[in-house]
Design a protein around this ligand. Sequence first.
Ligand code: SUG
Length: 448
Amino acid sequence: MKSYEVNFDGLVGPTHNYGGLSYGNVASQSNSQQSSNPKEAALQGLAKMKALMEMGFQQGVLAPQERPDVAGLRNLGFSGSDAQVIEQAAKQAMPLLVASCSASSMWVANAATVSPSADTADGRVHFTAANLNCKYHRSIEHPTTSRVLGAMFADQKHFAHHAALPAVAQFGDEGAANHTRFCREYGEAGVEFFVFGRSAFDTRYPAPQKYPARQTLEASQAVARLHGLSDDGVVYAQQNPSVIDQGVFHNDVIAVGNGEALFYHEDAFLDTEQMLVELQGKLAKRGGNFKAICVPRSQVSVEDAVRSYLFNSQLLSRADGSMLLIVPQECQNNDRVWQYLQGLTSSGGLIREVKVFDLKQSMQNGGGPACLRLRVALNETELAAVNPGVIMTAPLYDTLTQWVDKHYRDRLSETDLADPQLLLECRTALDELTQILKLGAVYPFQIN
Ligand code: SUG
């Protein structure tokens, strides 16, 4: 049966702003307080979705969330009407209001970890929503994420959904940003590769000194158990703590995999040799031929990798078996990275083509092409069981760009977040969006 990797991209929400909320994420910290352009952000994301669809890839869309999160602010003690809750929060605790307004759900690589049916014990596609409990503004995403994923992948015959792991740091889980899958064909059993930043219970693993390690080994192991993965189809590896301290807050900032290939920086992992041997051996048992493409630090430093987001690219399979890399424009702006990419594509290796996208609005918060998409490998039957409303088509692209033009502001600064009108605009837009994407009621304002 035919199988596909479907990229579901996060649609940027109407409150996209630069809150400086992510300690350890260099871009988020350095662009704090700048004014943002939510309309441009959403259109940049949609342009990437359209381009991939036109290149012949299966493309889907994942809806944004209701912000400001008034219900969350009520849980923190603010009361009265929605407008009063926002007003009080703005007066008494502006950082909480800013966190409650983040459009961070756009980075759907963090929405969930997904295991395709060929890997799981019960033959269904498994999803575990990520608890994202390292940061408050991200920890509030998973209840709505679960409802949206449930509405997109509703057929229980094919899809199994797990709630987020316990909301404590010991089970810190950031979803697919720390998970890659290797396989010969998307529909065949593969090897799932879980990368963690620290262990919560085992002191033998080193931890970063400066910035938080968001993903724990124990969280990754729990996800693998929930999904019914077999030991011979799983590899765990530790991210190098020193790169976390240099701003690599997710593994997808320093490595990307697809098919049989892993494209990674020389300093990305601890015990790299042992890890490569295990990946090679386990993939060989699945009939695959593992290919490691290492970028040496002598050509691209970790700092350049973090600045350019070279590894936060999408590695895609082309019909002739070669691969294409979708990179952010910041790669072209960095001479060393661009030179490296020229050499890579002209060397006759696996990666033959690079395509550049302007995603600056998201990039300034530390979200590149790979952060903006959740990969779901599906066979033909499973693809047919996905809610068709969320599959990108030319008419859907047109409808969504018109929807963005109608509802989004083109400038948002911190003071605008205190405007209760913004909540109304967001709800009006999302109410219409649930109809466009045929999601049903998934937002707190629709179900409470
Ligand atoms: O969690 N930025 C996100 C970026 C997530 C990128 N995702 C992947 N690498 N997969 C984060 O740090 C910044 C929001 C702000 O500062 O306003 C933010 O949440």
